[in-house]
Design a protein around this ligand. Structure first.
Ligand SMILES: [Zn+2]
Length: 355
């Protein structure tokens, strides 16, 4: 009797967390393609999201609510008021604080799903840190806004046979591709060089939040399919213009034998040769990431006070010196707003932070 009663108590204790999870994800478990086994696979999965702007926010939100066990969110930027129209993980308080997007995203996700792990990384993904930033992931999703990072990610993913999902949205247009190295075409198979039509950016063409959500929904669904081991992942480059209703699919079912990346294993972007240390990063701003230069925010705050308005928290220091606005991160990286002239940005940085 005693041992039976004990056993049943132990069983109850053991199954309590499972039951809570079953309740939280009950509507998703009911869906035939996922089921209980699929839910457990999602819980065990480790997914990276590179870039947490509009698309990255939407993808991260969907995968976090779906119960993907570990999300690593990598983003170099901070929240601004103009992000709030489409970047669904952020609010006005994040913008007022200029919180790094990765940190703000982790906080927001913790508020609606504290049972998954989020690993925020405030960093610019470059050849020298890509291995460290992306190690140990099952799948990587693209939430970036530029082809430089996408080609770097493609080279890395192909070189270690890690699947990734390309997503982009600009204007009312959305496009996405699943890359399963060795099985399907990679990004460089389809676009050996940056595609011309896609060089428009959100800064020049604007963007509809609904185009973002469309591409994020498709990518997040393909991610779930991959993670639960479902068959029938899409093997096309899919594009959709929500405003005109034009849509198209180009076959990406086979790798291109002469592809630089997956055919010839020539990973030029991973080698990072000739990569500039100062880059334009949209919205009339320049990013400086020349070297690791740990910064003491208290000390710099004191030094900069006589030259303009300074404000800092644990994550960023902002310095306004008309007409420029400099945002510094603890590792010495800076985003200087108010110019697209890299020489001006470099001299401001040298003058106020150090050369
Ligand atoms: Zn390829």
């Amino acid at each position: 009797m005693t041992s039976l009663a004990q056993e049943s108590v132990e069983q109850n204790t053991a199954s309590r967390p499972d039951r809570r999870l079953a309740e939280r994800y009950s509507r998703q478990i009911l869906f035939r393609g996922i089921g209980e086994a699929g839910q457990q696979k999602l819980a065990a999965a480790r997914v990276g999201i590179i870039g947490c702007g509009a698309t990255g926010s939407a993808i991260a939100g969907l995968l976090a609510r779906a119960g993907v066990g570990t999300l690593r969110i990598i983003d170099r930027d901070y929240v601004e008021p103009s992000n709030l129209q489409r970047q669904s993980l952020f609010d006005e308080a994040d913008a007022a604080e200029s919180l790094p997007k990765a940190i703000a995203a982790a906080r927001k996700i913790a508020a609606f799903n504290s049972e998954i792990a989020v690993e925020p990384k405030v960093d610019d993904l470059v050849p020298s840190n890509i291995e460290a930033l992306l190690e140990g992931l099952d799948l990587i999703l693209d939430g970036t806004d530029n082809f430089e990072t996408r080609y770097l990610l493609n080279d890395y993913a192909v070189s270690i046979s890690r699947p990734w999902i390309y997503s982009a949205a600009v204007g009312s247009y959305a496009v996405t591709l699943n890359v399963l190295p060795g099985q399907t075409a990679c990004l460089a198979c389809i676009f050996p060089d940056s595609p011309r039509g896609m060089v428009e950016t959100c800064e020049t063409s604007g963007i509809l939040n609904s185009a973002v959500n469309l591409v994020a929904s498709i990518a997040a669904t393909e991610a779930k399919k991959y993670l639960v081991g479902a068959s029938g992942l899409r093997t096309t480059l899919l594009s959709f213009d929500l405003w005109t209703n034009e849509h198209a699919e180009i076959s990406a079912a086979e790798p291109r034998p002469s592809c630089r990346a997956c055919g010839e294993h020539n990973f030029v972007h991973l080698a990072g040769e000739g990569r500039p240390h100062i880059t334009l990063c949209g919205r009339n701003s320049v990013q400086i990431h020349e070297r690791q230069r740990p910064i003491d925010f208290h000390e710099l705050d004191r030094r900069l006070k006589p030259h303009g308005v300074v404000r800092h928290n644990d994550f960023v220091l902002k310095f306004w010196h008309e007409p420029y606005e400099m945002t510094l991160f603890p590792d010495g990286r800076a985003i200087i707003k108010g110019t697209t002239d890299t020489a001006v940005a470099r001299s401001l940085y040298a003058r106020y932070v150090g050369s």
